[in-house]
Design a protein around this ligand. Sequence first.
Ligand code: TPP
Ligand code: MG
Length: 668
Amino acid sequence: MAKGKTKLTGTQKSRGGVQSAPEWNFSPAGAQLGSSAHRIAVGVVPTELHKEIKTPKGKTKLTGAQAVVRYLIGEKVPYAIGIFGHGNVQLGQALHELKDSIRFVCAKNEQTAVHIALAYAKLTGQPLAVTSSIGPGSTNLVTGAAVARVNRLPVVLLAGEAFADGVGPVLQQLESLHGRTANDTLEPVSKYWTRISRPEQLRRRLREAFDAMLEPGDEGPATICLPMDVQAEAAEFDVEDLLHTRDREYVRVVPERHRLRLAARRIAAAKRPLILAGGGVLRSGAERELAALAELLAAPVAMTQAGKGTLLFDHPLNVFSLGPTGTWCGNRIAKKADLVVGIGTRYTDFSTASETLFESRPEFVNVSICYDDVGKERGLKLWGDARETVSALRQILEEEIHWGPRGTGEGREYVAGTAYFKEIQAERQAWLAEADRWRTMEGTPIPQSTGIAIINDFVTPQSVVISAAGNLPGDLSKLWRDKDPRGYLCEWGFSTMGYEVAAGLGAKLACPDREVVVCVGDMSFLMASQEIVTAVQHGLAYTVVVFDNGGGQSIRHLQKNSDFSDFAMEFRRGTEFVALDFAKLAEGMGAYGLRAESGEELATALHQARKNTDRPTVIHLRVERENMICDVDAEAWWDVPRPALDVDGRESESRKNYLASKAKQIVL
Ligand SMILES: Cc1ncc(C[n+]2csc(CCOP(=O)(O)OP(=O)(O)O)c2C)c(N)n1
Ligand SMILES: [Mg+2]
């Protein structure tokens, strides 16, 4: 060609490194790129996909990677997130070819890429795909996968894999043999795990992966290890089939009638019933049914972190959270219960105070679609969907047992004569007064509890608050007054530091029209704040409040309150605290940075952040490090073993006390 230039097709141009179309963007500036840039066309399959060159058998030749991407589009996966390396650039190419049907988000760490997907799944029930290169990219996924497994959230992990032909180099791979690769680390934390060795296997394994990943009540991560050569090789596929939309409606199963009747009779006979509402209530959309059952029985409702908000805070039957990070209000009621109706809960150590809470040895009736959970605490198993099962229980109580409602007027005015109801009200009022004291406490810098209250008063029912580790989850569970059942997202299953900032991004992708406020400790922020850059890239605006208390105060307070030495949890150089500036750090990542130390400054910063609609805002909030609500005795125990011997080799007093508490465990 003249002038030494080469003729390229449109696709070749973008492949050849010439600047391709602008990246998608949520910000007002991004919106100008056109509506498709602002809102993704989920599940819209470009018609040209159907016109691909067919082989004589009516099939289409595709690379393994192209087949994977088409299957994801068929399953209506709107976003793929991840980082490319030599182990998944092949998949990257296929994603690029269809980048208007499945948007790509370039994360800054594979772990936080998964966290983005998990917040999305939590708020929508829908999985996203996350991809990594081989080796360190895959091992970075492990924590994210574990968070997904523990929290029962779906996510597709497309992990680059060593050569299927077995000849490949060892770069970024374990050199040991036995057929193991770095991706084997993902197997124990995956709900479904498979290693592909031929592209023809993809269709079936992908379907299996989605089926396993979306099992109601036991959702989890599905890992598909994609060898580099298999991603690149071509095979024949039925494209119509790959793109065919599957029935992914949430299945609602109801237990047998005789079990429901048995449960209803036991519930009707209880004098001090307690309902424990977990995350399954929200997953099933059973909030109304929960309230209706509680009101019918005039039974108090305690909530786990995942179930928080299922009953709003001002409901007279809400006795708040349980366990060592919960409230003494809920714990006192739980200790004297004669029957517990657990709905969609896993009975973790935080709900059972490490199996010491239910001192009065109540009966348990468990409503859960997850078979692993439904039999816990030796409960009567109501194995079914929460919404349908609770509704059926209520119907039997009303129509067959003729249970007279204890509450009238939408459940707000109760037949307040019962001693139990009065007791619930007294405990509630006492706790609310204590919470009010913490919510309004003054000081410079302000106490964390006051900071939480200011944020809580600032947000609207349309906002989502996010947290994960440190003192914030416990403090929020005590102090946060829910305004919407789906406005509280705390990752407390794995309590992973570094989840928060990425989850804010995922929440914003899931609910672009909701305000998102992330509450994160300073140590957690330092563990993973890098997705702020990703949010800047895509014009995602949300607020991150970094609670600066000079380090990991939850663990330092645990040390101090449990006879351990105050050791290595603060950011000190000798006696001096390292001067950190999270606002500057944020600015350095392209976001807005603000600082606050008083209540007024925090309120002003929150208002300013709300006006910043084109990128995230980080508020560096200095808070008090000693006077913390975590030191208030929740009247519930947590099993943290104390060393048997002190420094002189003698049995410690602390150990004796520990063993005395441990002896109270009731392991059913
Ligand atoms: C990934 C990870 N590593 C370690 C822990 C154990 N851990 C729990 S809280 C905490 C300190 C968190 O510090 P910060 O985020 O500042 O919150 P604060 O304790 O000050 O409230 C640590 C180390 C954890 N939860 N997650
Ligand atoms: Mg801290």
